[in-house]
Design a protein around this ligand. Structure first.
Ligand code: 2P0
Length: 315
């Protein structure tokens, strides 16, 4: 039996679209921040029959079961008992599948003493959920093609360039269209999809340069652009994928207003209605108090950069 902890990550250059074929490879590279405060803790143990508990409830989860079947085929791990808990809303655009699969792979590696290294663990996490590969890494990570496979790499440790992410929760409801279904819908129906994938690859290089130079303004420009392009692709899919609500729009306006008042801050939004405001640590309390006062915001969480998935001692 083993237990592991992983944090969600927020993409700066987004992943929204898969390469043709199986194995869950992305169609374009991405970059993200692993955040602290939000976390998934997952325990794995051998069992007579597979059981999956999410936040204390017994569930049937096809995505997890399919992944466990693949893992069993590769390593002969047999039926397992999985218990996973999140300290934040599940399935509502806060990357719970990223932290979930990162924690699961880390706990599996430990339980069966497989000795998988970080690139291998990230490839396995990606097979579960594309974004999960990046939650294997601390600080800032890429998901890119390396030696013929898609794996995550840490490109900036939390201490090298500390950044803050203020999460504004606008609703705790689950999203109605999963990311996998949404990506396929965008690929097959959005007239902007091809341009989006081509441009993501260019923005990936520009974003990496901004991180190398610790250029906050450039990072902000690329991040908001990647986020809005992705949502334009989502909205131009058929049926349209509109993950925002009215509070999301209020928060976008608030962040732009903060910027016009001289605060260094930019926003990002994933496949859900929550806002993530990325800022420098010295400005994060101010950003948090301003976002908390935006009409409709339920609560805020002030995060720093977090550690990659790691094992934890059993209680
Ligand atoms: C990202 N998202 O780069 C983008 C931005 C959501 C919006 O990766 O199908 O749950 O399991 O590979 O990783 C969410 O998609 O999708 C995601 P699958 P995943 O963070």
């Amino acid at each position: 039996m083993a237990q592991a902890r992983a944090h969600p990550n927020i993409a700066l250059v987004k992943y929204w679209g898969k390469a043709p074929g199986s194995d869950n490879k992305p169609a374009s590279p991405s970059i993200s921040l692993t955040i602290d405060e939000l976390e998934t803790v997952t325990r794995v143990s051998a069992a007579k029959k597979e059981t999956i508990r999410l936040n204390g409830k017994l569930v049937q989860d096809k995505k997890i079961s399919n992944f466990l079947r693949l893992f069993d085929e590769a390593f002969g791990t047999g039926p397992l008992n999985i218990e996973s808990s999140n300290n934040f809303p599940t399935g509502s655009g806060l990357a719970s599948s990223a932290s979930g699969f990162a924690a699961l792979v880390t706990a599996l590696n430990e339980t069966f003493e497989l000795g998988l290294d970080l690139p291998e663990r990230s490839i396995w996490a990606r097979r579960g959920s594309g974004s999960a590969a990046r939650s294997m890494c601390s600080g800032i990570a890429t998901l890119e093609e390396v030696s013929g496979d898609w794996q995550a790499r840490e490109i900036s440790a939390p201490s090298r360039w500390p950044l803050s992410v203020v999460v504004a929760i606008t609703t705790e409801d689950r999203k109605s269209v999963s990311s996998s279904v949404g990506m396929e819908r965008s690929r097959s129906t959005s007239p902007f999809y091809k341009a989006w994938i081509a441009n993501a690859t260019k923005e990936f290089d520009t974003c990496k340069a901004a991180i190398k130079n610790k250029d906050f303004q450039q990072l902000g420009m690329i991040t908001e652009s990647s986020c809005l392009q992705m949502h334009a692709v989502m909205m131009s899919s058929y049926p349209a994928l509109i993950y925002w609500n009215e509070v999301t729009v209020n928060c976008i306006r608030a962040v732009r207003e903060m910027r016009s008042q001289g605060l260094d801050v930019f926003f990002s939004i994933d496949a859900g209605p929550q806002i993530k405001a990325i800022c420098l640590p010295e400005g994060s309390s101010k950003v948090e108090s301003l976002l908390r006062n935006v009409k409709g915001v339920k609560r805020t969480i002030n995060c720093g950069l977090g550690l990659g998935a790691h094992t934890v001692t059993n209680d």
